[in-house]
Ligand binder design. Structure first.
Ligand SMILES: [Zn+2]
Length: 148
């Protein structure tokens, strides 16, 4: 269980992260509006602008994802479950929460999770490599050379 002052610290970190995200989110939105205004102009290389635009949108998706994670953590903070591991129910240390405020797993579960992800990745990459190496049929030449 976290103390009140620890909870306050975590809340400040989460609220701060949310504010930063809100600012960059607005940036992405204003960019997309400018983008629409700029249609028809040929001063900027179109394909390059498209690329910037799609990058912005990808970032925006990531922001939304992070936003939902932060909201979830604030809810967990409100009902005093923020320091409980979602997977095993063990206590997540205050130090870990402060360093990774959106984490919902204890360090052990997190490491296990990462190992599993790595294993899945490897299984996906390594196809069934059936290298049936051709067995060479060696025909030994019987050279009977007799000299008289
Ligand atoms: Zn755990």
């Amino acid at each position: 269980m976290l103390t009140e002052s620890e909870k306050t610290q975590i809340r400040e970190v989460l609220e701060g992260a949310k504010k930063r995200l809100a600012r960059t989110g607005q940036h992405a939105l204003s960019y997309s509006m400018n983008h629409e205004r700029n249609i028809g102009r040929d001063s900027i290389d179109e394909s390059m602008e498209e690329e910037i635009f799609s990058t912005e949108m990808r970032l925006h998706d990531r922001e939304k994802f992070l936003f939902s994670k932060i909201d979830k953590q604030l809810a967990r903070l409100d009902n005093d479950s923020i320091d409980t591991c979602e997977s095993c129910g063990e206590t997540i240390s205050f130090k870990r929460l402060l360093a990774r405020p959106v984490t919902t797993l204890c360090i052990d579960c997190k490491e296990q999770h990462e190992r599993e992800e790595a294993a899945v990745e490897q299984a996906g990459r390594g196809g069934a490599l059936d290298t049936s190496a051709g067995e060479e049929i060696g025909g030994g030449g019987a050279g009977a050379t007799s000299e008289e």
